[in-house]
Design a protein around this ligand. Structure first.
Ligand SMILES: Nc1ncnc2c1ncn2[C@@H]1O[C@H](COP(=O)(O)OP(=O)(O)OP(=O)(O)O)[C@@H](O)[C@H]1O
Length: 313
């Protein structure tokens, strides 16, 4: 190919890319993808991948889809996910991220903060506050539809989260930046005991777990519970100002849910599902309360490493 023709061809491709951003976004990741979130795809993902969390599924599907479909939200979407360890809080954040951005958690527009990793020293709190503010400001300036996930919120110093309070509020813009299209997801174990109490009451009275309704969890996730000194709750000021849109309860997982997690893992490793191994791995887990052994201590968290023992060749 002669250089002039090649140059013209390249220029043509470049012009097409610039004039048709939609075409460009087919090949590279874009902020605020034109292809808006598909409710069906998100629902399918939640139904097929997330086990034992009927309440979380419903709230998340409606909250995320409603927010993304709204062209002019008045404030960013703020979800606070609560529950026992290993019940799917990080996992669901990943599903949300993947349904909005192709790259999921690895997308340039999705940012994960882990309290003990990114903000370990209380003595550096002033520095962390400045860093967090400028990090969020910078990322939202670059992409309004940025997603921020804060893990281990109950281990985060309360003063630190106050630094992002203005960004979660109903401002059209702050210093020229609008945060109204951003999504903030907070993960914590706060309230897990109370959620478990409700689930246990249902189990003891012979009711189906799926009969638990959000209103049954109201007390478990009530402001008074979180403002209780012993609850370790971190964001009472965010609650006072009604800046959290949804409190999402994650129920403790039962034996049958562990088996579902193990089957998925076997399949993803390319093994044929062996029900005997599934039961043996699930039985190795520890359950509580001691007498009834209903809920898994670690949710689905360590089932995967236990599986290694059976496939060590
Ligand atoms: N409800 C669930 N349905 C399907 N898989 C699950 C569920 N809960 C957990 N898992 C599996 O277990 C892994 C660990 O769970 P995850 O990290 O989401 O727990 P978590 O609730 O965020 O726990 P922690 O509070 O300790 O951070 C997930 O990556 C997923 O593979």
């Amino acid at each position: 190919v002669e250089p002039i023709s090649l140059g013209l061809a390249l220029a043509g491709v470049l012009t097409t890319y610039i004039s048709y951003p939609r075409l460009y976004c087919l090949f590279a990741e874009c902020c605020s993808p034109k292809r808006s979130l598909s409710r069906e795809a998100l629902q399918k993902d939640l139904d097929s991948k997330l086990f034992g969390q009927h309440l979380a599924k419903k709230v998340i599907l409606n909250a995320v889809f409603g927010f993304i479909s709204n062209p002019k939200p008045k404030k960013p979407l703020t979800l606070s996910l609560h529950g026992w360890t290993g019940t799917g809080k990080n996992f669901v954040s990943k599903i949300i991220a993947e349904n909005i951005y192709k790259g999921g958690l690895n997308s340039d527009y999705v940012h994960l903060f882990v309290a003990t990793l990114h903000f370990p020293h209380i003595s550096n709190i002033t520095l962390y506050k400045d860093q967090l503010q400028s990090w969020i400001r910078g990322n939202v300036s670059a992409c309004a539809r940025s997603i921020f996930i804060f893990d281990e919120m109950d281990k985060m110093h309360a003063g630190l989260i106050d630094a992002i309070k203005p960004y979660l509020d109903y401002y059209d813009n702050l210093d020229g930046v609008s945060y109204q299209k951003a999504i903030f997801i907070f993960l914590s174990n706060a309230g897990a005991e109370r959620i478990t109490d409700v689930a246990l009451d249902f189990w003891r009275s012979g009711k189906q777990r799926e009969e638990i309704e959000l209103k049954d969890m109201e007390h478990a996730l009530s402001v008074s519970a979180f403002n209780n000194k012993n609850s370790g709750f971190w964001h009472s000021s965010l609650i006072d100002r009604n800046l959290i849109d949804y409190f999402v309860p994650f129920l403790p997982l039962e034996y049958k849910h562990l088996k579902m997690c193990i089957r998925v893992e076997m399949q993803s490793r390319g093994y044929k599902v062996d029900e005997d191994i599934v039961s043996r791995v699930a039985e190795e887990m520890t359950f509580f309360p001691k007498e009834e052994r209903v809920f898994s201590d670690k949710g689905c968290k360590t089932v995967f490493t236990k599986l290694d023992y059976y496939y060590d060749d």
